[in-house]
Design a protein around this ligand. Sequence first.
Ligand SMILES: C[S@@+](CC[C@H](N)C(=O)[O-])C[C@H]1O[C@@H](n2cnc3c(N)ncnc32)[C@H](O)[C@@H]1O
Length: 434
Amino acid sequence: MGRGKADGKPRKRLFTTVLLLAIVGALFFLYSRKSGSSSIEYGSKSLKFGGDDSAIPKTIPVCDDRLSELIPCLDRNFIYQTRLKLDLTLMEHYERHCPMPERRYNCLIPPPPGYKIPIKWPKSIDQVWRANIPHTHLATEKSDQRWMVVKGEKIVFPGGGTHFHYGADKYIASIANMLNFPNNVINNEGRLRNVFDVGCGVASFGGYLLSSDVIAMSLAPNDVHENQIQFALERGIPAYLGVLGTLRLPYPSRSFELAHCSRCRIDWLQRNGILLLELDRILRPGGYFAYSSPEAYAQDEEDRRIWKEMSALVGRMCWKIASKRNQTVIWVKPLTNDCYLKREPDTHPPLCSPSDDPDAVWGVKMKACITRYSDQMHRAKGADLAPWPARLTTPPPRLADFNYSTEMFEKNMKQPLCICKGNAAYNIPPPYFA
Ligand SMILES: C[S@@+](CC[C@H](N)C(=O)[O-])C[C@H]1O[C@@H](n2cnc3c(N)ncnc32)[C@H](O)[C@@H]1O
């Protein structure tokens, strides 16, 4: 018995050791398989390269949670840390400043905690998930103006704004009415299609234009009205972060039929009217600027002074009042160069130099001058564009400025569109737009 007992102990110990080794081995195997198949590494800021083609990253790390709202070239921390010398009065700090390569993050931006699949269009125009943009500051700040309201897990948008507490839809109809557009519909039977809304807030103005087949590009910076553009985009309304500061807007000349500013709090008189001249550049011949602001109606001394000076400036720019009612004035830009050419010599603002390319915009400083029309446009007395939606497939007259004939345009439209992806090319027959 004694021997028997003594013989059983080593066997039991051996069995326990083998079992332990097997468990540790299995755990190690499972762990190494898991980390090997993972495509992300949390919190790291470096990309892993390797394999035959070293340009293809094998893993892309996820950025730290604190970077969930990082916008690389509009990063306030970058500006503070690198002490960029920017003129705050010109709003340069709201323009793009991209980090040098060694300061760039090579990681994936994580969604905020609790992120949900966004609410689908068209419902999204009225409501978004609060978790997706966890900022409720504007709801309290602008509660009297009905920009947005927090309701449980959602943020809802009643369509209000600083200037249109009772809904952008009624305000848009009143603008159409001021311009005598048929049936008070803002699209003016397809003649008004492209709108630029400067200082847009949460972009309700642009959002409510969509049902009239009018598209607006809305612009605002990440200033005290934080996250306004994030809300606009989550709602499904085209918008971008930026500012009327020192650089030209990223659009060629004569791109929009209407520019709009409701209480955008921009000093239009600064620097010889340079910001108003930038709006003038992007407006088509006969384009409108709808302006709703105290200067247009208030009777106190300061507002009257600004109104007088603005009226004189736009007069020298050859704009005329198309309509003025209640708190809104709508100016219209001339159709030809006639008025520009009739101005007294040395009138300010001057005409831009013939060497200025009004369509060069990327990183180009704004210029305090008037962009005259090409000879073709002057003769045509306007942009001569087909109304929407025929405009999609009708040759735009401005092609003549580039010596591009209607025949060339039509021939081009008949050719299949070649889309190249990797080494493959796909021929897509016209029409390209369904
Ligand atoms: C009082 S809010 C009006 C918002 C909206 N238009 C409305 O009526 O509800 C002023 C807006 O102008 C924007 N803003 C101020 N200065 C600007 C500038 N220089 N360029 C572009 N937007 C500007 C602000 O960020 C904000 O969106």
